[in-house]
Design a protein around this ligand. Sequence first.
Ligand SMILES: NC(=O)c1ccc[n+]([C@@H]2O[C@H](COP(=O)([O-])OP(=O)(O)OC[C@H]3O[C@@H](n4cnc5c(N)ncnc54)[C@H](OP(=O)(O)O)[C@@H]3O)[C@@H](O)[C@H]2O)c1
Length: 245
Amino acid sequence: MSARLPVAVIGANGRLGRFACELLRVSDEFTLVAAFGRADDWRAALPKSGASVVFEATRAGLGARHATIVLELGLRPLVATSGVTAEENAALDRLAKERSLGGLVVPNFSLGSVLLQRFAADAAKHFPVAEILETHHPRKADAPSGTALETARRIALARGVDASSRAAAAVPARGEVVGGTTIHSLRLPSAYAHQEVVLSSGGETLTLRHDMQGPDAFAPGILAALRHVARCTGVGRGLECALTT
Ligand SMILES: NC(=O)c1ccc[n+]([C@@H]2O[C@H](COP(=O)([O-])OP(=O)(O)OC[C@H]3O[C@@H](n4cnc5c(N)ncnc54)[C@H](OP(=O)(O)O)[C@@H]3O)[C@@H](O)[C@H]2O)c1
């Protein structure tokens, strides 16, 4: 049997970090060699940990900074943290290639969510109107969700229209318009993570829906992304990179 790939986790006390640690502990393909919380000096400890891949799940906005440090230490980052911009992603890609290393930024590890985005973009070429309804638990800090923004962006790209435009609808109750697609956000104590894309043409409506009941949905995506990061060069974006290799 081949050796298990050594992985470290930064943000190990958070919800996603704890889930990743448990997944690694029961894996026969990967091994958890270090788990760092905010109070730990992970920059000093990582080189001695034996890790080759570092799973990063901390606070939105810190992902690119942490991934840069990981690459500078000669290791491979898998960034789960929200908020890595396209420009930051491109800078990480350049740095990794300079050092013959690889990494990946994955805004959403759910396979179903990634497939919903793919199907919605395909359908949007044929349906002129699309609206998104995203529902999450009330602890979620951002609205609309990053996944809904990315879905709207992919719909705009499929239609060949400006994907970067973002404005409140003329009437507040109509939500936010992103790249021509209106997004509505619900925050409900009974919800986990749900997204519906409703596409409409003259006489028909197509509804695509994805429901996540808990973090178990992230497991196949996290494992696929770790496998990809272990052998890729450069830092791509999105789970799809890991599904095509
Ligand atoms: N890609 C995906 O599929 C996916 C899925 C779920 C969540 N996320 C994203 O992943 C991130 C974490 O989510 P979560 O739900 O696990 O959040 P969380 O429960 O709030 O956990 C975040 C953890 O990061 C730690 N932290 C904060 N700043 C840090 C630093 N400078 N160095 C090291 N650790 C630090 C926090 O420590 P303290 O407790 O001491 O503050 C906390 O334990 C968020 O950006 C979230 O949006 C992504």
